[in-house]
Design a binder for this molecule. Structure first.
Ligand SMILES: [Ca+2]
Ligand SMILES: [Ca+2]
Length: 179
């Protein structure tokens, strides 16, 4: 069964013109059923009711790295421009294993303490909040550091990230250019 970090939600749209979300496969999940919902997660545990859920079965032999977009969301699964969330999980609605979650459009960079209405959600059980980086005061992109001989799997100064994931920022070597 899929586990935390096997997918990443990489996009969403809540505008009436085209409500959708996208995710990338980070593991071979052929045949897995992944559930997505805009129901928030209650601080006491469990989903808040009254929004929607859709399921997606990953086709056999879908390569890792494939980005899948679910579009045309209508009815009860209705991402709101006034604030909403997309929670991805496997397993049952009463015993979900969360893979990833997004919270958006509520004018802050954090989750609410509780799913007190359709716009809010607590951080789902098992997930760790990772805030987006603050805008840089400089308009010049920083120069990344050169790659060390052996890139570390994590940096002690890196922000909190989901357990099991690591990220290294480095300068790519110059690649040969084909004629
Ligand atoms: Ca909604
Ligand atoms: Ca919601």
């Amino acid at each position: 069964m899929a586990v935390l970090g096997d997918i990443a939600l990489v996009g969403f749209a809540a505008d009436a013109a085209g409500k959708s979300f996208s995710f990338v496969l980070l593991a071979d999940l052929s045949g897995e059923t992944i559930n997505f919902t805009d129901n928030g997660w209650l601080a006491a545990g469990g989903f808040r009711a009254n929004e929607g859920t859709t399921s997606y079965v990953v086709p056999a032999d879908t390569p890792v790295g494939t980005v899948i977009t679910i579009s045309g969301l209508t009815g009860s699964f209705n991402p709101s421009t006034g604030g909403d969330q997309i929670l991805a999980y496997v397993g049952s609605v009463t015993a979900p294993t969360f893979l990833f979650a997004l919270d958006f459009a509520d004018n802050n960079s954090t989750y609410a303490g509780d799913a007190s209405n359709s716009n809010t959600s607590a951080v789902p059980t098992g997930l760790t909040l990772v805030k987006p980086p603050s805008p840089s005061p400089s308009t010049t992109a920083p120069t990344p550091a050169p790659c060390p001989a052996a890139a570390p799997k994590s940096s002690p100064t890196s922000p909190v990230r989901p357990t099991g994931l690591s990220m290294t920022r480095c300068r790519c070597p110059t690649l040969p250019v084909s004629p």
